[in-house]
Design a protein around this ligand. Structure first.
Ligand code: TGC
Ligand code: FAD
Length: 388
């Protein structure tokens, strides 16, 4: 019997620091997330003080330099943190990756020194919660069509429009918002919860990511001071560059969900007896288990290589798209198939498969849908744009 999910000894490619980081997040998930996640997901409510807890283990902005409150870790550590969090639940990884890659990353890359010092340390500790507003009711896969816009009023701008499907918006203190100026150029800015005319209603009745909140961002003549605008970025490449970082984290994260399903199914298949022997002794169940481990191993190798390229500043957006698309599909397939190994037991909350599978329906859609990432790869290899 071989219960090891590191089938190709990829641990040999990790440093001691990588393994320590992974172990500490794994322990956090074992102690703080796994015992309660089903309760919160069933109740469709977020885990109290989650962001402060994530901050206390260094899971918020792990690659942001220490001078801004981050942990100053490399990209493989970031990936391993996402993997361990998503073994707990995609909603936990989502909260950490939005805060890290979609809020702290653009502030670190594009804001002034004053803005960085104002926001980053409090975001790193989880004292402040951030969200990221790109998607709109009429513009999801095509964010370049966004209608949210602002007009220049001297020392401030007036912002109008709406964003939709925004992770953590109902609990966020600040929102990184992308909107067009009077010339139609996309700009980024920080909108604060207290600003008049700004609201963030929750989107109810989700069957997915039930342990975190999703909502809208509504701007009705919101007065945003000019110092809240990012001076150092213009155009759609601003928000899209943030997506590179978040999509990379998702590629790692979903491996955690897949491993959680695989390990649960393997254990169950060895314990559950039908027709006089463990169901793991039947060829059809072994086919499933063998294919799960094969796909997990391929996904691990893809991420490790992507992480080394990212550490060297050489990972391309198209390479990241390939990993996001491949790994999310791998994970959702394993969640669905592994549930079958548990028979009827697979549908109750005592086991994680239904929750992971339902969560992964969002993950395969957000940060670029499965089909959008295929078209990005198609465009990269042919040079021909098939989007429009
Ligand atoms: P296109 O003309 O191709 O590009 C416009 C400009 O952007 C540059 N660019 C990128 N830059 C950095 N990174 C990338 N990945 C980039 N992709 C493109 C490009 O070079 C160009 O620059 P410049 O200097 O020439 O102006 O843009 P397009 O309008 O044709 O759109 C391309 C497309 C469809 C690939 C893109 O819009 C896309 O990726 N669509 C999917 C939208 C998406 O992923 N939305 C995610 C919203 S956030 C979210 O889902 C968070 S979930 C969080 C959670 O809970 O975990
Ligand atoms: P659409 O763009 O309308 O796509 C519908 C279908 O059409 C998809 O299957 C798509 O692949 C297909 N399609 C679209 N264009 C093409 C084409 N050219 N060729 C072929 N097929 C095409 N956004 C944020 O900005 N911030 C967040 O924090 C955030 N969090 C989210 C959390 C959740 C739980 C969810 C579900 C979404 C979140 N999103 C967020 C939004 C997410 O990024 C979008 O849902 C996603 O980009 C797809 O947009 P859409 O839902 O409008 O679908």
């Amino acid at each position: 019997m071989n219960m090891n999910t590191d089938y190709y000894q990829i641990d040999d490619l990790l440093t001691e620091e990588h393994k320590l980081v992974r172990q500490s997040v794994r322990e956090f998930v074992q102690q703080e997330i796994k015992p309660v996640i089903d309760k919160y997901a069933q109740a469709h409510t977020d885990i109290p003080d989650l962001m402060k807890k994530l901050g206390s283990i260094g899971a918020l902005g792990p690659y942001i330099p220490e001078e801004y409150g981050g942990a100053g870790l490399d990209q493989i550590s970031y990936g391993l943190i996402m993997q361990e969090l998503e073994a707990g639940d995609s909603a936990i990884r989502s909260s950490a990756s939005v805060q890290s890659s979609l809020v702290m990353f653009p502030i670190h890359e594009y804001a002034t020194e004053e803005q960085k010092m104002k926001w980053l340390p409090k975001l790193a500790s989880g004292e402040l919660v951030g969200c990221f507003g790109l998607t709109e009711p009429n513009h999801g896969s095509n964010p370049g069509g966004m209608e949210t816009k602002f007009v220049d009023k001297g020392d401030h701008v007036i912002l109008n429009g709406a964003k939709m499907w925004i992770t953590n918006s109902p609990i966020a203190d600040i929102a990184v918002v992308w909107a067009k100026d009077e010339e139609g150029i996309v700009r980024g800015m920080v909108v604060e919860k207290e600003m008049e005319g700004f609201s963030a209603p929750e989107t109810p009745n989700k069957w997915s990511l039930r342990a975190s909140k999703t909502g809208e961002l509504v701007f009705e003549n919101v007065k945003v001071p000019k110092e809240n605008l990012f001076p150092n970025i213009k155009g759609l490449k601003g928000p899209l560059s943030c997506l590179n970082s978040a999509r990379y984290g998702i590629s790692w994260g979903v491996i955690g969900a897949a491993i959680d399903c695989y390990e649960t199914a393997l254990q169950y298949s060895l314990e559950r007896t039908q027709f006089g022997k463990p169901i793991g002794g039947f060829q059809l169940q072994q086919k499933k288990l063998a294919e799960f481990l094969t796909e997990i191993t391929k996904a691990q190798l893809l991420c490790w290589r992507l992480g080394t390229l990212k550490n060297e500043g050489r990972a391309t957006p198209a390479q990241i798209s390939m990993a996001k698309r491949n790994n999310v599909k791998m994970a959702i397939d394993i969640a669905r198939e592994s549930r079958q190994i548990l028979g009827g037991m697979g549908i109750v909350g005592d086991y994680p498969m239904m929750r992971h599978a339902a969560n992964l329906e969002s993950v395969i859609t957000y940060e670029g849908t499965h089909d959008v990432h295929l078209l990005i790869t198609g465009m990269d290899i042919t040079g021909i744009n098939a989007f429009s």
